[in-house]
Design a protein around this ligand. Structure first.
Ligand code: NDP
Ligand code: DXP
Ligand code: MN
Length: 444
């Protein structure tokens, strides 16, 4: 499996030679006549806007072909005016009139083709002329557009981990069938991917996935329980603020429960073919070591840098090449170990973060269990942010949904099975939430 995954991700395909040869190859591949043509899903979000920062700064290497967004038409209109995509997807159909009037106010005369509703993202993903699809949409809403892009053989620069976690059993065979590549934009997986370049297939022994520890990393489990009982609103506010990264609301809460790390374990398994027993999690509060690998000869290789998502996004778009980045030009400043001074590492507390063992269990079970885990988490996370659910209720309800899914579990699902189980798991969360609410235990 690891050999197949390595080939799928093109590990070992990086150009070797003298630095001058390398520079030549970059210029040939990414020179002004050979840009990457980008379809960007979720252009108005954290990943989306940072992707556009890169395109703006390195316009000689990247060009936007299409954009898609949920409902932030104010920002979407500005992006259309600046990047002049040929296709735009807008999920919130009812906001089309507002988008059109904003475009008119901005003096946009070169109108893109605009597709609304769920088809909007698909239209953006398959837009003619795009070769690289950056998936910055949040949640399983990215599944269908990603599949359609894979069918066209496009490179998927994957930020939208939920799509791979829910759809891994169908996406991996599709990548093989259509010869499409998937590169990693998630910072940890970018680190692993970068460390793997030049590592021969079969020589990956272990992955060391680093975790910031999220919003509650400085609390003992009992202390956090007591705080939650006394002031759940404080816990809710804190859970939606990440100590190191400026990210969307859903992933920030996933980081606080450490479900984000659980999802990343499954993501690493699917991307790199690494067995669950060979994935370790280490809490590293500074988020400088973005992850590491151990090779078969016991060498440990890590990737380091300031916490700045633009670098992993850039590499996911420019792979297998590395473009020249001037200090301060788009990406964070020069990395400096002396300025950094020190780094710390500790083991995660699984009692405090039950989402991690749940994700390992779902991953080991495989098949549709990761879809059930992902959907239950998405819904529980949403209810928590809406103030309808308790922080500690998130893992409890996910565990219940996973248990209930055992009887319908499928090892080799079709797309229809994934969509059905995703919907079912969300409904189950609502059912469980209602029961818990009547017991006045977990809902406020
Ligand atoms: N942010 C980060 O640093 C990192 C994010 N990721 C992953 O990247 C993905 C995006 O995260 P992030 O950028 O933080 O999230 P945000 O919430 O900041 O952005 C989400 C984007 O998706 C759009 N969107 C939401 N729902 C839909 C829908 N149903 N149809 C179409 N578009 C939709 C939003 O549009 P609108 O706002 O217009 O409604 C927005 O553009 C997630 O899967 C996350 O796990 C991974 C690593 C790091
Ligand atoms: C930036 C990024 O890749 C996020 O997934 C980040 O890793 C979240 O931080 P945690 O390590 O707290 O989950
Ligand atoms: Mn990450």
């Amino acid at each position: 499996a690891s050999r197949r995954a390595a080939v799928r991700m093109g590990v070992g395909a990086a150009p070797f030679g003298t630095p001058a040869d390398f520079r030549d190859s970059v210029e040939r591949a990414l020179g002004s006549n050979s840009k990457k043509h980008v379809a960007l899903l979720g252009s108005t979000g954290s990943i989306g806007t940072q992707t556009l920062d890169i395109v703006r700064e390195y316009a000689e290497h990247f060009e936007v072909i299409s954009l898609s967004a949920g409902g932030n038409v104010e920002l979407l209109a500005k992006q259309i005016a600046e990047f002049k995509p040929s296709v735009v997807g807008l999920a919130a159909s009812e906001k089309l009139p507002e988008l059109l009037s904003r475009l008119s106010a901005l003096g946009v005369t070169q109108m893109p083709k605009i597709v609304t509703g769920p088809d909007g993202q698909i239209a953006a993903a398959v837009a003619e002329g795009a070769d690289t699809v950056v998936t910055g949409v949040v949640g399983v809403a990215g599944l269908l557009p990603t599949i359609e892009a894979i069918k066209l053989g496009r490179t998927i620069a994957l930020a939208n981990k939920e799509t791979l976690i829910a759809g891994g059993p169908i996406i991996l065979p599709l990548l093989d069938k259509y010869g499409a590549k998937m590169t990693a934009a998630d910072s940890e997986h970018s680190a692993i991917f970068q460390c793997l370049q030049g590592v021969p297939p079969g020589a990956l022994r272990r992955v060391i996935l680093t975790a910031s520890g999220g919003a509650f990393r400085d609390f003992e489990a009992a202390e956090l329980l007591a705080k939650n009982a006394a002031d759940p609103e404080w816990v809710r506010q804190k859970a939606t603020t990440h100590p190191n990264w400026d990210m969307g609301a859903k992933i920030t809460v996933d980081s606080a429960t450490m479900m984000n790390k659980g999802l990343e374990v499954i993501e690493a398994h699917y991307l790199f073919g690494v067995a669950y027993d060979d994935i370790d999690i280490v809490v590293h509060p500074q988020s400088i070591v973005h992850s590491a690998i151990e090779t078969s000869d016991s060498s440990v290789i890590a990737q380091l840098g300031w916490p700045d998502m633009r670098l992993p996004i850039l590499y996911a778009m420019s792979w297998p090449h590395r473009i020249h980045v001037d200090y301060g030009r788009g990406i964070d400043n020069k990395f400096d170990l002396v300025k950094l001074g020190s780094m710390t590492f500790k083991a995660p507390d699984y009692a405090k973060y039950p989402c991690i063992p749940l994700a390992f269990a779902a991953g080991r079970k495989g098949g549709t269990m990761t879809c059930a885990l992902n959907a239950a988490n998405e819904r529980a996370n949403e209810l928590f942010r809406a103030g309808k659910f308790d922080f500690f209720g998130i893992p409890k309800v996910i565990e219940k949904v996973m248990g209930a899914h055992e009887k319908d579990w499928l090892a080799k699902p079709e797309l229809e099975d994934i969509l059905r189980i995703d919907a079912w798991a969300r409904e189950q969360v609502d059912v469980e939430a209602a029961k818990l609410a009547s017991a006045k235990v977990l809902i406020h």
